[in-house]
Each structure stands twice: as C-alpha cells, then as structure tokens.
Design a protein around this ligand. Structure first.
Ligand code: GLN
Length: 261
C-alpha cells in the first residue's frame, strides 16, 4: 500500500467524491492485536485515493456511542484479559446503540476477540463467562485442546457476488459455534475457522460481520475493504472508482500462498 503516486485512473465511478465515510473504532487501545488497527488505515487510504472523505472517531471505556454518527463501526481482536475489560462496558453502555446503528444499516466489522464479543457469550472456563451483545447468534467457549493458530483461507459469497477468497491469520483459544439459522461468513478452505471442526468461519447477519481473520484482514483482502466502504456508504461496490491494486493483489496472493492455497 503506497501513500504516493496517482491512484485514480481516468475511469469515472459513482460520485463518491462528495461523500464521507464516518468510522468509529471501539476500544482501539485495548482491542488491537496483530496490528488490527491496520484495517482502519486501509479504509482511510482507499477512501482518500478516491476523493472520499474519511472521519475516524474512537469510542473507549465509559464513552457513549452515538448510533447515527457512524457508517462503519469497527472492533478489533484482543486478549482475554482486555476482552473482559471491554465486555462489560460494551454490554452495559454501548449494546443498544450498536444494535440501533446496525439496524439502521451501519456496517459493523469485528475481528477475533471483537467477533467473540458480538456473539452471545464467551465461556472462558474456570467459571468465568463474558456476556456479549448478541448481534451475532454465536457462542464461544474455551475447551481442552490447543489454540487454533495459523494461516487461513475461506471462501465467501457476499450478496450474490461471485465467491471470493479471504486470506488471513488466526490465533484463538475460543471455539465459536453458530446457532441454527446463523449464517457463517464463509467456508474454510485452509486453516481452522470457527472451531476447527465445523468447516465454517466467522458469522454474518446483514451488515454485521465477525471473523477470526487477522492479518490485518483488509490489507490482505482489498476487495473486502471496498465492499465494506461501498456498503457503509450505501452505494454498490461496482460503483467505486477502481484503484491500481498491484501491491494489494500481491499481498492477497502472498496470504493465500501462506495458507497453502
Ligand atoms: N482472546 C480470544 C481467544 O483467545 C481472542 C484472541 C484474538 O483476538 N486473537 O480466543
């Protein structure tokens, strides 16, 4: 991802240059492992290169989340200890606003520890349990066995688009199970996914997406970054002006290769 040079080709796209993507990062200090913050940088650059305005707000412990103020809400990965700190605040202070924002069409993207917190609960063992916000109908539990660690590739089909590959890296002790009727984000091609057994990875309900893929996720999968930007701006992904993605495509190929795909 280069910061310089002409990024906008002559092809005209939608009049997105008058738009602004308003992003809110939840708990950016505590929920940011494997440089998940890079996902925000990716969104910012791809907006900037297209002349789309970009506003980034953070919302931490004790702060109110305003449901109408954001087009995209982001929650990164975290250690169990940091998840515990955030979970109570998330459920008690922000869950209603988060539900209202999602109900109103805002995109919610959560990675790993963030994904677990969007579910119903995370059972840590030793009697410790974290309540989630229940935006995704999944439950997570620590179980005997190794952490699920490694490069991962999944196949994803979003809104009738052709199946695409998401590639990344996973490292989680929790095993996540989808309730009946809960759509997964994708099908595992390589790696463990939600629980290492079901063949599913992540979960998706409309514009709310949870996934175990770090990487960070978006720099390795620029097509998903564009889908998120377009969906959050309520335009079709095909109407975003294309960018020169030579480097991004190479990053994607490397991530796929690392996963053995
Ligand atoms: N603490 C959670 C687990 O181990 C999530 C880890 C992560 O975000 N990488 O399952």
């Amino acid at each position: 991802m280069s910061d310089t040079g002409p990024r906008l080709p002559a092809t005209a796209g939608a009049r997105v240059d008058s738009m602004t993507l308003r992003v809110c990062a939840l708990y950016p200090d505590l929920m940011n492992i494997y440089a998940d913050r890079g996902n925000l940088l990716m969104l910012q650059r791809r907006c900037q290169w297209r002349g789309i305005g970009f506003e980034l707000t953070s919302c931490g412990i004790g702060e109110e989340l305003s449901p109408a103020a954001h087009d995209l809400i982001y929650l990164g990965g975290g250690q169990d200890r940091d998840q515990l700190i955030c979970a109570r605040d998330l459920v008690e202070r922000k869950a209603d606003a988060l539900r209202a924002a999602a109900g109103d069409g805002a995109v919610v993207l959560a990675v790993c520890g963030g994904y677990q917190l969007l579910g119903r609960s995370y059972e840590l063992g030793r009697g410790e349990r974290i309540e989630g916000v229940g935006l995704l109908d999944v439950v997570t539990a620590r179980e005997p066995g190794e952490r699920l660690i490694g490069n991962v590739a999944i196949e994803v089909e979003l809104d009738g688009e052709r199946p695409r590959v998401l590639a990344g890296f996973e490292n989680h002790g929790g095993r996540t199970r989808l309730s009946e009727g809960q759509e997964p984000l994708g099908r595992v091609l390589k790696g463990f996914g939600n629980d290492g057994a079901s063949g599913w990875e992540g979960a998706r309900t409309g514009n709310v997406i949870g996934t175990y893929l770090h990487g960070p996720l978006l720099p390795k999968n620029s097509w998903l970054a564009d889908w998120l930007i377009a969906t959050a701006l309520r335009v079709s992904p095909g109407s975003l002006p294309p960018l020169d993605d030579a480097l991004e495509d190479e990053a994607h190929r490397c991530a796929r290769r690392a996963a053995g795909l």
